[in-house]
Design a protein around this ligand. Structure first.
Ligand SMILES: [Zn+2]
Length: 255
């Protein structure tokens, strides 16, 4: 018998992240033993001793690998039906972040998850945002996609951001299961179709929302989600954050 009730599967990622953070924060001595760069596997002794170029809590990458990537890229603006949604990306969609995103989403590769955590740690928290006035809303998945993938990578990353920023995740936006509706449509029609792919199922009690997606390309998904939220609450203050968007010198959204 097929169960119609699907719960989101969240493997125990905190076990990968939290002990490492604890060691970084409370056991500098131990960190010499514990820390290897998740990309090149180099032990990060020198970096801990000689350099505080970046917050040691972020250090899942060694300084060399950290410097391979452009961080905190320029803000982009996602057009929606009547206003623009600011988008803040931790990085460009370039090596090594694009590889990490694919390895985590397709193979649930944990070292790649830690590299993405490194990226999320570098996102600036919205000014004045707290658990009392703001929520994080991850782009929801559909039951069809959850069945196919077996877990929800976007939610796993949003949960980490929630822990890091101390702002709750809110899951009151529902994505209409579009597998049957989308089948056979070309790209333009799919983009049009996504405009009606979301609806708001709960009442949001705060005044600000941070929309979260792992990768943003054209912004069509976030635009549709923001429009659904603004339809129910036109006064809601909204911005979007993601791990990766665009390439160096190129964004489909412009500045
Ligand atoms: Zn490295």
């Amino acid at each position: 018998m097929v169960s119609h009730h699907i719960t989101t599967i969240l493997p125990p990622y905190p076990l990968a992240v939290l002990p490492r953070k604890w060691v970084m924060q409370h056991g500098r001595q131990l960190s010499f033993l514990a820390c290897r760069c998740v990309l090149c596997r180099q032990v990060m002794i020198r970096q801990s001793l000689l350099s505080q170029l970046y917050d040691p809590c972020c250090a899942f990458l060694c300084e060399t690998c950290h410097n391979l990537t452009t961080w905190q890229v320029p803000m982009a603006k996602i057009p929606t039906s009547n206003r623009k949604l600011p988008l803040f990306a931790a990085s460009f969609y370039q090596y090594p972040i694009n590889h990490a995103l694919n390895a985590f989403k397709d193979k649930e590769h944990l070292p790649s998850f830690l590299m993405l955590i490194h990226a999320l740690n570098l996102l600036p928290k919205p000014e004045g945002a707290s658990r009392h006035n703001t929520v994080i809303i991850p782009v929801p998945t559909t039951n069809q996609r959850l069945k196919h993938r077996g877990f929800n990578p976007t939610l796993a990353l949003a949960r980490y951001l929630s822990y890091h920023w101390k702002i709750p995740v809110w899951q009151g936006v529902v994505r209409i299961d579009d597998a049957s509706h989308q089948r056979g449509l070309d790209r333009d029609k799919r983009l049009k179709n996504i405009k009606n792919a979301f609806y708001v199922s709960k009442v949001l009690s705060v005044k600000q929302a941070v929309l979260f997606d792992d990768v943003v390309t054209t912004g069509a998904t976030l635009s549709a989600m923001a429009s659904a939220l603004w339809q129910t609450d036109p006064d809601l203050k909204m911005l979007a954050v993601c791990v990766a968007h665009g390439r160096d010198g190129f964004s489909k959204l412009g500045g």
